[in-house]
Design a protein around this ligand. Sequence first.
Ligand code: DGJ
Length: 335
Amino acid sequence: MNILKLTFVLTAMALSSVSAIAQKGFKEVKPGEIWPDDKNEHIQAHGGGIIKRGNTYYWFGEDRRKNNLVNTRYVGCYSSKDLVNWKFRGQVFKASTLEGIREGTLILERPKVFYNEKNRKYVMYMHLDSAKYKFARVGVAVSDKVDGEYKFVKSFRPLGLESRDIGQFIDDDGSAYLVFESRPTKGFYIAKLSDDYMDVEKQVAFISAPLEGGAIVHYGGLYYAIGSALTSWNPNPNKYATATSLAGPWSEFKDIAPPETNTYSSQSTMMIKVAGTKGTTVVFMADQWKPKTHWDSRYLWMPLEIGNGKLWLPKPQPWMLNVKTGEWKNSNAKK
Ligand code: DGJ
């Protein structure tokens, strides 16, 4: 090897190790692609929600894998320390009939799990329905362990109201809220859970707007709520509103992305705030539904541009997250 070649090789090696150091602690998310778990299977946690216990995140959602029994609905659970590499913890709840709903017509969507510090129970809320979405209730199931098995307790209409899509919000003081969509009045209810989380105790706000897929985050002294229009499995322009207090008043809703992209073909399910040693990233978690091949539905996770009352979903592209520092960057950024 001549001296020129040797210099070139050494420089390339030095540069690649610099970039390896720059990437340290960062893990890559690829929005819209197959997202393999520790068993190399596409994650099944659609319409999901995430809680953090200690330094571990748990992701719950609809498990719609292809070889599930056709007449049974499943909730999947995954754990991760970095929000990117997920270990499959199992199908932690399953049912083919509940509350007298005929087998084959049971609908169980958007499960969300809350951990109750007082009674040390994991309490799962789910949208429970019958064919044509007429039942419109929440179901509640409980477990002593995060990864189940969850035992069904009851179903009810929160505050006596029809409830379809649900979302969860845990405020900075630990208070737990259920967000639920009300079709008759068109809008989101934000309701506080009872002390033991087994009931929906009181209405905190009603946000009047024909939206579902409700997601809330508290960031920089403001509450931000995102919702999607009522277009079944088809994507639409998701919108956001803000308020200084959960109780409102809430602002008008505005687009979170160029409307013609239909939120880059996705629908909101949650926002997760990752606060680290150097910053805070708010990640938009959404589903790219494939109603004919549900098992292949994808996840669109992207850090939001958020602050001072503005919220914007950048064009999805591979990105990297460091949960320790709370920082993110585009995968193709130099450092
Ligand atoms: C949109 C909801 O957000 C989904 O969870 C699901 O209920 C579909 N509608 C059903 O059409």
